[in-house]
Design a protein around this ligand. Sequence first.
Ligand SMILES: [Mn+2]
Length: 275
Amino acid sequence: MGEDTEKTIRVRTLFLSDMHLGTKGCQAGLLLDFLRDYDADEIYLVGDIVDGWQLKSGWFWPQSHNDVVQKLLRKVRKGSTLVYIPGNHDEFLRDYLGMTFGGIEVVDDRIHVAADGKRYLVIHGDQFDMVVRHAKWIAFLGDGAYTFALFINTHLNTIRRRLGLAYWSLSAWAKLKVKNAVNFIGKFEELLSAEAKRVGADGVICGHIHHAAHRQIAGLIYLNTGDWVESCTAIVEHYDGTMEVLHYPSVLRARAAAEEAERNTILTDPARAVA
Ligand SMILES: [Mn+2]
């Protein structure tokens, strides 16, 4: 594993989710490169980091997945704060909420205060699956039903887990109903923003639906970390509090293009060629 170099980009906070380590889909190689490129004072793992559901049905744990874990642990040893917010695929960690292991804190959600004073609710987001699915009824039935749906969603999935059934997944369900997928994503985004508003935050940072985003919804800031299965995205908070969604393959492409341009400049510019 390469050490951090002078090329490492330091940011205030790093938000990553939906790595799904333990599955063949995880883009561990790219993720490892990303973790070499970026360092942060504080790192949030926003759920579905390790895929416990997949590991249960067959062990898949190549060296590269180990390297990702080691890289994160090394960052903690070097002084980064790490907050682990479990998702539905690593919900076995929800038994450890409120605990701290070797400097890693496990919590259900967290208010992150950015450098500019903005407050963000950081949460995985699966808690809202059932609410999204039955959005019309919930709206009709009112606030109590909404709380009840959140409660049912959590407990129904605990029962499903005990019965050995797969987690009922909003994103998988939305993909099956492709025509409506956009509506479901839209509904999810609206609900998470509403939750941020309910707890008095300025915005929300979530994952779960594998769909990175950075937009305004009803005056709230909606940020989604995306995933490391398909899109390879993360959110960084710069030292001035600016939030940025990074699509890592695009970052790499832009870097390669800049290096190429630099080479061409050196070749064609006589002044620089002499120097
Ligand atoms: Mn999830």
